[in-house]
Design a binder for this molecule. Structure first.
Ligand SMILES: *Cc1c(COP(=O)(O)O)cnc(C)c1O
Length: 415
């Protein structure tokens, strides 16, 4: 048995299903999970030293590609001063300032250690601020794994084809209403039925957890109008989209101003992070200034803050790369579709900026395509319900290699 196989057998003995997060099982595509030993730029390497072009990028985190030398060096230097103190530190202040400058709406920010915690904090704050309990979220959105947000959630759950999670009491989701995305009528109806009771509307401005869901601007604007009218807060979950499409958040492109913004993924430079922020008036309801409790042992950890700060500073200097990867992504998607057509395979690519996802006629086709690409050194997200990403490290050559692999794959699928 190869090294990967041996490792996975041991993993299964000690970790549930051999993994720490369901999508990592590769169950959807029916292959043994990839275990990544190392990464550099747009490349990753497994324990058998096979090389892959990486379109997963730690689920959208690694926008600079893996192991950017300046980021690594800054973390290494920081480590010499110690790892965790559980008090405020200078790097934390700098990162807060950097984010506030990039996103003027964020006057005050609170760092946490995951996107899940960021959303939990923002929702708690919105409830306290409005004095209301009810929240609205949209179908096929994902906002982390808090109990009350696991009502008809996205990717991981959709992959496992269960509507919600076991272990979540019905009582815990009774204040959560799930509305179909883009359905203005349904949203208006919910507001009418719950007049004066809705604390917040929680939305991913671009969906990233049920494949890519491009923004419906008219709908997002309608959300803002309705919430203003009803004194309900809007929380934009930009955990994936923050710093993915521009130096800041995507709502800045849309001219829509949410009340609270959740961040995560990219802003930690590869280390665990989450953050939420907004106006002083709202944020000052958090303890120690206000009455909303939210704490964490590791929040603002200096190593994490350093990784995030170094990453943002590099991105800021390379802003042109946002356009570069948008163009590369479009080139990839348009040509993947063309090649599929040549071999009579029906495929749609859904893409926005540097994100894309696949839509085949049938699951079996995706699985077949996935495995063939994987064997040829292309690592896509192992489910149609996950998004794929490009990083600043991806080159035209990587895209051409991916298209060559796709040509081979579709040729086999045509037979
Ligand atoms: C990843 C993600 C989360 C959860 O973040 P974690 O760091 O995994 O807890 C929340 N919302 C969105 C939109 C995400 O993509």
């Amino acid at each position: 048995m190869d090294k990967e196989g041996k490792l996975f057998n041991i993993a299964k003995r000690y970790l549930v299903g051999g993994v720490d997060s369901p999508v990592r099982s590769f169950n959807y595509v029916g292959i043994k999970p990839l275990m990544i030993k190392a990464g550099k730029g747009a490349r990753i390497y497994d324990y058998g030293n096979h090389k892959y072009i990486d379109y997963v990028l730690s689920w959208g985190v690694a926008i600079l590609g893996h192991a950017h030398p300046q980021v690594i060096k800054s973390i290494q230097q920081k480590l010499d001063s110690g790892i965790s103190f559980g008090t405020t530190n200078e790097t934390e202040i700098e990162l807060a300032k950097e984010i506030a400058q990039a996103i003027p709406l964020i006057k005050k920010i609170r760092f946490v250690s995951s996107g899940t915690e960021a959303v939990m904090g923002a929702v708690r704050l919105a409830r306290a601020y409005t004095g209301r309990d009810k929240i609205i979220k949209f179908s096929h959105s994902y906002h982390g794994h808090a109990d009350y947000l696991l009502a008809q959630a996205g990717s991981g759950l959709a992959t496992l084809q269960i509507p919600s999670s076991a272990g979540v009491p019905k009582d815990f989701i009774k204040h959560t209403t799930v509305v179909p995305y883009s359905d203005i009528g349904a949203l208006e109806e919910i507001f009418k039925q719950n007049n004066g009771q809705i604390a917040a509307v929680l939305v991913e401005p671009i969906g990233g957890n049920y494949g890519v869901l491009p923004p419906d601007l008219a709908f997002l604007k309608k959300i803002r109008i309705l919430t203003k009218k009803h004194n309900t807060l809007v929380i934009f979950d930009e955990v994936i989209t923050g710093f993915r499409f521009r130096y800041g958040v995507v709502c800045q492109n849309f001219g829509i101003t949410p009340d609270l913004i959740c961040l995560g993924k990219i802003i930690g430079g590869g280390l665990p992070i989450g953050a939420y922020g907004g106006s002083e008036k709202i944020m000052n309801n958090l303890a120690p200034v206000g009455k909303v409790y939210q704490a964490s042992t590791f929040s603002g950890n200096p190593i994490v803050m350093q990784a995030g700060l170094s990453t943002l500073k590099i991105i800021k200097k390379q802003k042109d790369n946002y356009q570069k990867i948008t163009d590369l992504n479009k080139y990839l998607c348009v040509n993947l579709k063309k090649i599929a057509q040549t071999y009579a395979v029906s495929l749609e690519l859904i893409y926005y900026g540097s994100m894309f996802s696949f839509k085949f006629q049938a699951r079996e086709q995706f699985v077949k395509f996935y495995r063939l690409m994987f064997e040829n050194g292309i690592f896509f997200a192992p489910s149609e319900f996950e998004s794929n990403f490009l990083s600043f490290a991806h080159t035209k050559n990587d895209i051409e290699n991916t298209l060559s692999a796709a040509r081979k794959a579709f040729k086999i699928m045509e037979k």
